[in-house]
Design a protein around this ligand. Structure first.
Ligand code: PLP
Length: 407
């Protein structure tokens, strides 16, 4: 007997077949595509995320060149900036340029270990004692900034092994981190314990050019003072993607970029500096689900956000803000189909986006639409600039349930 779910699926397919008299589109395959998701089968019309391992490799090599061979602690938090935490861990873990991976959430760190990542993993998010015990059991190195020495002693005694920790110092970002004036006492305490190995000392810049210099001075003075006392601070690190472009004085012993690893310039102005050639490693794609002609006065979208002024063809893409494609895309973004960029019109709803094709029906059901990707003009930076979306929102908000394809 058919399950209800299967019956519904069959019903849906039958409806599609009678309503859309076209051949079922071929699977969205690109040569060499590996689908890394092994869940229930996705509809051939579901949007998907493509990942370019060659671009990830290029970007880490480029960052390494920029920082004169310093090790990279690759920040791959928030589901690997949208590419999928396991995909990114497997692809970046073995790269010689990557000394460690950093995440915020414990479950991501554990997933990385379970996916076979062997490099050090830095956990930059908060934890309680059971979390810490679990992290250490998986050889995950916590970022610490509170008096956790006694807890680390207890856990080290159980494990019969010291814990690697990175001390996070707040030199002005006011978010997490021990305030820099109180940091010497914490570092001395941790360094004095046999249960602790100081693997790193870190800070985060506010990315305010007028203040970053002061933050760097505070960090340098703190570290120099502690080192004069004979305390080994491990790797000193601060530089996110922004600092890779702006602050060579914050490169220290290792750098800690995220967005640049994924090939996206964190600020529009950085693209033309010629400092690094970054190649986007992520693309959001969907297939055209429906093409129709609107006549003057016909509308499209909720609240009739778009009203045709003339005969015009529009295409509907089955992708929307629930997939991570931002609502603001309707304020100027373009979507590339068969090499042409078409404007997003009306409004982006949870699962639909409408694009204006023009006077002729130049696209067909099943054609692949690139919402953003690696081509010039359709890079995340281009889409972000066209509609006011942040490149961080474009990548990190990609729905984790979307299929990921490594191409
Ligand atoms: C502590 C810390 N370091 C480094 C990064 C990497 O930042 P970006 O993606 O701008 O390079 C992040 C991300 O926000 C972070 O939270």
């Amino acid at each position: 007997m058919l399950t209800r779910r299967l019956a519904l699926r069959r019903l849906a397919m039958a409806t599609v077949a009678s309503a859309v008299p076209v051949a079922r589109p071929a699977a969205p395959a690109t040569k060499g595509v590996t689908s890394v998701d092994a869940g229930p089968r996705d509809s051939s019309f579901d949007p998907w995320v493509e990942i370019r391992p060659d671009h990830l490799r290029h970007n880490v090599a480029e960052i390494r060149r920029r920082v004169a061979g310093r090790p990279i602690i690759a920040v791959i938090k928030n589901n690997g900036y949208g590419l999928g935490i396991e995909n990114v861990g497997r692809l970046l873990g073995p790269r010689p340029e990557v000394a460690a991976l950093a995440v915020i959430k414990l479950h991501e760190a554990v997933v990385l270990r379970e996916a076979g990542v062997r490099k050090p993993i830095l956990l930059m998010g908060p934890f309680d004692e059971p979390d810490l015990e679990e992290a250490l059991a998986h050889d995950i190195d916590p970022m610490v900034y509170t008096p956790v020495g006694a807890t680390l002693d207890r856990l080290a005694q159980k494990r019969q092994r010291p814990a690697n920790v990175h001390v996070c110092v707040d030199t002005g970002i006011g978010r997490v981190g021990v305030p820099f004036r109180e940091a010497p006492a914490l570092v001395r305490d941790l360094a004095s314990r046999r249960s602790v190995r100081l693997a790193g000392t870190m800070m985060t810049l506010t990315e305010d050019p007028a203040f970053d210099g002061e933050q760097v001075r505070r960090f340098v003075a703190l570290c120099a003072g502690l080192e004069r006392e004979g305390i080994g601070l491990g790797l000193k690190h601060a530089a996110s993607s922004f600092a890779l472009f702006q602050r060579t004085d914050a490169f220290f012993d290792a750098v800690r970029p995220g967005m640049a690893v994924f090939g996206v310039y964190p600020e529009p102005g950085f693209r033309t500096l010629g400092v690094m050639d970054l190649r986007p490693a992520v693309s959001l794609k969907a297939r055209v689900a429906y093409v129709k002609r609107l006549m003057p006065g016909d509308s499209a979208g909720y609240n009739r956000a778009y009203v045709a002024q003339r005969d015009v063809w529009v295409a509907t893409l089955p992708v929307g803000h629930a997939d991570g494609w931002p609502r603001v895309a309707a304020r100027g973004a373009r979507v590339t189909i068969n090499g042409t960029a078409y404007p997003v019109i009306a409004s982006v709803s949870a699962s639909h986006t409408i694009v204006e094709i023009g006077a002729e029906p130049h696209v067909a059901v099943g054609d692949v639409a690139t919402l953003f990707g690696w081509m010039d003009g359709a890079r995340p930076e281009d889409v972000g600039a066209s509609c006011g979306a942040s490149v961080y929102d474009l990548t990190m908000h990609l729905n984790p349930l979307l299929p990921r394809r490594v191409v």
